[in-house]
Design a protein around this ligand. Structure first.
Ligand SMILES: N[C@@H](CCC(=O)N[C@@H](CS)C(=O)NCC(=O)O)C(=O)O
Length: 231
């Protein structure tokens, strides 16, 4: 049976914008595996409950259900070990964990404070009340207030990217000469933004801008072809 993936979508089922789901899509493409996307909305909680999850991505592979993007990446690496490696070995897998937590604990909160209000505009109507309530609780304020100062947040966001910028001035990808799961992890953040917001995050002369362009082109433009804002 084909691999299937529950992934977060907006009102338009083709607008997939979860940073975590994007990591999984790119990991599947990296492994050369085909999959069928199942667009999922926050209000579709019941459809993933049988798999013991409250969040997406949820991957279905034959009779197995795998939950959580990192667990899925490890599952794919183990199960499809004869295909291109996602991490490039155990030591690199460990270093990728640092990239994951940096992305989630430094980049995501900053990005949320710039784009969270824009998400409201692309969501399915059924998700609106839950999204606003849960995100205002999580981020600690009205969505309008959180993004009011986003030009200042942008300065902090760009500063936070500095280690990545320095690395990309020396090599084309975090993985070295080619992209790997560390790249997909950080790139997921930019695809989240691209899916929901016209807000411009990167200057064109930034090495991170060129890297994002290279990433958009991977796998025959898998990410570039997705519904989103071209910024
Ligand atoms: N640690 C999880 C996080 C996944 C996650 O938070 N997904 C969000 C979408 S981006 C979600 O499903 N949220 C459900 C909700 O907020 O109710 C992973 O890496 O898969």
């Amino acid at each position: 049976m084909a691999i299937r993936l529950f992934e977060l979508a907006g009102a338009d089922p083709a607008r997939v914008f979860s940073p975590y789901c994007w990591r999984t899509c790119l990991a599947l493409a990296h492994k050369g595996l085909a999959w069928e996307s199942i667009p999922w909305r926050f209000s579709d909680r019941d459809s993933i409950a049988p798999y013991g999850s409250r969040t997406v991505p949820v991957l279905l592979d034959g009779d197995r259900a795998i939950v959580d993007s990192w667990t899925i990446a490890e599952y794919l690496e183990r199960t499809y070990a004869d295909r291109a490696s996602l991490f490039g070995g155990d030591a690199a897998r460990s270093a990728t964990l640092l990239i994951k937590f940096w992305t989630e604990r430094t980049l995501h909160p900053l990005l949320a404070r710039m784009i969270v209000l824009d998400i409201v505009d692309v969501l399915d109507e059924r998700d609106l009340a839950y999204f606003r309530e849960s995100r205002e609780k999580r981020l600690g304020g009205r969505l309008e207030d959180l993004v009011a100062d986003r030009d200042r947040t942008l300065v902090t966001f760009r500063q936070a990217l500095d280690p990545l910028r320095a690395m990309l001035a020396q090599q084309p990808f975090i993985g070295g000469e080619s992209a790997n799961y560390a790249d997909y992890t950080v790139f997921g953040t930019f695809l989240w933004a691209r899916g929901v917001s016209p807000f411009r995050l990167l200057a064109e002369d930034d090495p991170v801008f060129s890297w994002r362009d290279r990433m958009l082109g991977l796998f025959d433009g898998l990410a570039a072809r997705s519904v989103g804002f071209a910024v």
